[in-house]
Design a protein around this ligand. Structure first.
Ligand SMILES: [Zn+2]
Length: 214
C-alpha cells in the first residue's frame, strides 16, 4: 500500500496521513523528517542536503528524490508507506516515478483531501495561540473558556501572522501554481482518489478507509 497524500496547506492531510499510518501499520514519511534523520546520522545524502539548507537554499528535486527513495527502500516500508509533503511539484513526481520504475515499483494511491480555499482561510483565521505558553485554540472548535484569554496561563491569545488571511492566501497561491497540477498528473495514472475534506475529521478518515479497504 504505497500512498501519496495531496491537499492544500491547512486541508488536514498530515492528520489523515498519521491516522492511515496507524491503522495500516505503515510508516508516515514526511520530507522534513527524512532531512532531519539523515542530517542527524551524518549520511552522505544528509551532508549534501545540509549544504543547501545552511545556505537557506531549497534542496534540489533530484537530491530530495534520492532521500525519499533511500527511505522507502528501508525494511519498515516493505508493506507500504504514506508520503506526506512529497512530491510537491510535477518535476518531483516525475523524478519519483522514474526512480520507482527502476526498482520495479509504482505508487498505488494518491489521496486528495479536497477543501475549498475559503474554508481553509476561515479555519486558519479562527486559530488562536498563546505566545506565552504555546497553547493553541480555535474560536469554533476549541474555544478558550474566557474569550481571548489562555485557559492554561491567563495571558491573551492572538491570531498568529502565519494564520492571517493574507499569509494563508499566499501559501494557497503557491499550492495552486505548483502542487495542484499533481491532481491531474495522478488522475491520468488512474490512482487519484478525492475525499471531501470539509467534513469532520473522523468522516474524512472513514472515507479514506472505504477507498483503501479495511
Ligand atoms: Zn498560555
Amino acid at each position: 500500500m504505497k500512498i501519496i497524500m495531496l491537499g492544500a496547506p491547512g486541508a488536514g492531510k498530515g492528520t489523515q496521513a498519521k491516522q492511515i499510518a496507524d491503522k495500516y501499520s505503515i510508516p508516515h514519511i514526511s520530507t522534513g523528517d527524512i532531512f532531519r534523520a539523515n542530517i542527524k546520522n551524518g549520511t552522505e545524502l544528509g551532508q549534501k542536503a545540509k549544504k543547501y539548507m545552511d545556505q537557506g537554499l531549497l534542496v534540489p528535486d533530484e537530491l530530495t528524490c534520492d532521500l525519499v527513495m533511500d527511505r522507502i527502500q528501508q525494511e519498515d516500508c516493505k508493506n507500504g508507506f504514506v508520503l506526506d509533503g512529497f512530491p510537491r511539484t510535477i518535476p518531483q513526481a516525475e523524478a519519483l516515478d522514474a526512480a520507482l520504475v527502476k526498482i520495479g515499483q509504482k505508487m498505488d494511491f494518491a489521496i486528495d483531501v479536497d477543501v475549498p480555499d475559503e474554508n481553509i482561510v476561515n479555519r486558519m483565521s479562527g486559530r488562536r495561540a498563546c505566545l506565552n505558553c504555546g497553547a493553541t485554540y480555535h474560536i469554533v472548535s476549541i474555544p478558550t473558556k474566557v474569550e481571548g484569554i489562555c485557559d492554561r496561563c491567563g495571558n491573551s491569545v492572538v491570531l498568529r501572522d502565519d494564520d492571517k488571511p493574507e499569509t494563508v492566501q499566499k501559501r494557497l497561491k503557491v499550492y495552486h501554481e505548483q502542487t495542484q497540477p499533481l491532481i491531474d498528473y495522478y488522475k491520468k495514472q488512474n490512482i487519484l482518489k478525492s475525499v471531501d475534506g470539509t467534513q469532520p475529521m473522523e468522516k474524512v478518515f472513514a472515507d479514506i478507509v472505504a477507498i483503501l479497504g479495511e
